[in-house]
Design a protein around this ligand. Structure first.
Ligand code: PLP
Length: 447
C-alpha cells in the first residue's frame, strides 16, 4: 500500500478550509479536513491530488458511486430540456414516471401514492403532517437516538445529540421519545439475553406511555428508523418492529418507516423495514434516491395519502433533474447494485469479525448491519465501555491513510460506501481501515 500521508490536508485544501472558516455558518463545521476535487465510483480525490476510498458516500447518498456516466447523462439531457417548472402548478412527465416507479417498489399490498420533496427533513415533515391530517390526531412517538432532520418539526422527533436541539426550544409539542430496541446496550438497563428473548421496548409504549402520558388514540404516528442511522447503525430485533406494527394496528396509528438513510437498496432490500417482515403505512426516502441530486419522497398507502388539493406543496420538490437522476439510480440499483450491496456488505461484516483477533477495541464491540449499512461499535473492554476517543482518532487517521469513513453515535464507525463498490476497492478500503484502527489503538495505549 503506497499512501502519501504527509500532505493531508495539503496546502490548497488548507487555504480553502481557512476561507470556509471565515464565511460559512459556524453551525456547520465539517468534521473532516477533506476538500473534494472530483470523484469516480467509490474513489475521490482532494484538491491537492490525494486519492481516497469513499466508505462514506456523502452520508449514504452516492448510491451509484460518484459521477456514474448514466446518471451524468440523465442529468445533462434533462438540463438541456428544462430545469424547473414547479409541480405545484404544472405537470411534467419525468416526475410522474418517478412517482409510478416509486409506487411500484413500495412495500405495500395496496396501491401507493407519492409526494416529492427536496430533502429528508422535508419528507419527514410531510409524513408527520399527513399522519396528523389522516388520523385527525396530534401526538407522535419517536425513539431515543433517532435522527429525522433539522427543520423544527423533524428536529422535534430527533433525539440524537443535545447540541442539535439545545437553543431551539420550544419544539413541536406532542412528541414523546421512548427507548429504541438495542439489546447490546439496553436503555431499560436489561441484560442482552433478556432483551433478546423478551424485549420490553414496545410493551413499554402500551403499558407505560399510553397509560400514564398520552392515550393510544391520541397518537397520529410512530416514526421509526428501521435501522437507526446517526444514533449508531443499530439493527433492532424484528419482533420489536412487529410489535410496533401490532400496536399501530390496535390503536389506529400510522407507522412511518424513515428510510432516508437505510432505504433505496442500501441494505440489500429496497426498504430496510422489509428485513423485519413489517409493512409500514408511510415511507420517507431521500439521500440515496437520486445519486446525490437533492430529492426526497414520501410514499404512502393510497388510502392514507388522501389529503385535499392545497394541503401540502413545494416549489422545488420533485425537481426534474433530480427526478431524471432518480429514475436512472433506481434502474441501476435494481439491475445489480442492490445485490452487490448485499454481497459486499456480507464480506465487510466477515472481515470486521476477523479483525476482532488483532483489534482489542473490536473484540467485545458490536458489528451490526444489513448490506452496506454496517456499524462497528468500538469498546475498551468486556464491560463494553465506549471507546469514543479511539473512534474519533480513527476518523482522523483514516483521512491520512486515504479513507473516508464516518462516525455514528458516540463510539461507532459506519461503513456505508456506494452500492456499486467493487470487491477490490472494498479490500483496499478495509486495509486502510485496519491500519487506521491500529494507529488509533496504539495512540490510546491499547496496543
Ligand atoms: C433517518 C434520517 N432521516 C432524516 C434525515 C434528514 O435528511 P436531510 O439531511 O436530507 O434533511 C436524515 C439525515 O441524516 C436521516 O438519516
Amino acid at each position: 500500500m503506497s499512501i502519501n500521508t504527509s500532505t493531508r490536508p495539503g496546502p490548497i485544501a488548507q487555504a480553502l478550509i481557512a476561507r470556509d472558516d471565515q464565511t460559512m455558518s459556524g453551525s456547520m463545521v465539517p468534521r473532516y479536513p477533506f476538500v473534494m476535487e472530483r470523484g469516480l465510483g467509490a474513489h475521490v480525490w482532494d484538491v491537492d491530488g490525494n486519492e481516497y476510498i469513499d466508505f462514506a458516500a456523502g452520508i449514504a447518498v452516492n448510491s451509484t458511486g460518484h459521477c456514474h456516466p448514466k446518471v451524468v447523462q440523465a442529468i445533462t439531457e434533462q438540463a438541456q430540456k428544462f430545469i424547473h417548472i414547479a409541480g405545484t402548478d404544472y405537470y411534467y412527465e419525468v416526475q410522474v414516471r418517478l412517482a409510478e416507479r416509486l409506487a411500484q417498489i413500495a412495500p405495500f399490498k395496496e396501491n401507493a401514492r407519492v409526494f416529492l420533496s427536496n430533502s429528508g427533513a422535508e419528507a419527514v415533515e410531510a409524513a408527520i403532517k399527513m399522519s396528523r391530517w389522516y388520523t385527525k390526531r396530534q401526538n407522535v412517538i419517536a425513539f431515543f437516538g433517532a435522527f429525522h432532520g433539522r427543520t423544527l418539526g423533524a428536529l422535534s422527533l430527533t433525539a440524537s445529540k443535545v447540541v442539535q436541539r439545545n437553543g431551539f426550544f420550544p419544539l413541536v409539542p406532542g412528541v414523546y421519545h421512548v427507548p429504541y430496541n438495542n439489546p447490546y446496550r439496553c436503555l431499560h438497563g436489561r441484560e442482552e439475553a433478556a432483551c433478546r428473548t423478551n424485549c420490553i421496548c414496545a410493551s413499554y409504549i402500551e403499558d407505560v406511555v399510553f397509560k400514564k402520558i398520552m392515550p393510544g388514540d391520541s397518537i397520529a404516528a410512530i416514526i421509526l428508523e428501521p435501522i437507526q442511522g446517526e444514533g449508531g447503525y443499530l439493527v433492532p430485533d424484528a419482533r420489536f418492529v412487529q410489535d410496533l406494527r401490532r400496536i399501530c394496528d390496535k390503536y389506529g396509528i400510522m407507522l412511518i418507516s424513515d428510510e432516508v438513510q437505510a432505504g433505496m437498496g442500501r441494505t440489500g432490500k429496497w426498504w430496510a423495514i422489509e428485513h423485519h417482515g413489517v409493512e409500514p403505512d408511510i415511507i420517507t426516502s431521500a439521500k440515496g434516491i437520486a445519486s446525490g441530486m437533492p430529492l426526497g419522497a414520501i410514499i404512502a398507502k393510497e388510502h392514507v395519502m388522501s389529503w385535499p388539493p392545497g394541503a401540502h406543496g413545494t416549489t422545488f420538490g420533485g425537481n426534474p433533474i433530480s427526478c431524471a437522476a432518480a429514475l436512472v439510480t433506481i434502474d441501476l440499483i435494481e439491475q445489480g447494485y442492490m445485490q452487490n450491496a448485499a454481497e459486499q456488505g456480507e464480506y465487510i461484516r466477515e472481515a470486521l469479525e476477523e479483525m476482532k483477533s488483532h483489534h482489542p477495541s473490536l473484540r467485545h464491540g458490536r458489528i451490526d448491519g444489513h448490506g452496506l449499512m454496517i456499524g462497528a461499535e468500538l469498546v475498551l473492554d468486556d464491560k463494553r465501555t465506549p471507546a469514543g476517543v479511539i473512534r474519533n482518532t480513527v476518523e482522523k487517521t483514516a483521512i491520512q491513510n486515504g479513507l473516508l469513513i464516518l462516525g455514528a453515535g458516540e463510539n461507532t464507525l459506519r461503513f456505508c460506501p456506494p452500492l456499486m463498490i467493487e470487491r477490490e476497492t472494498v479490500q483496499e478500503g478495509l486495509e486502510r481501515f485496519d491500519l487506521s484502527l491500529t494507529q488509533a489503538e496504539q495512540e490510546a495505549g491499547l496496543l
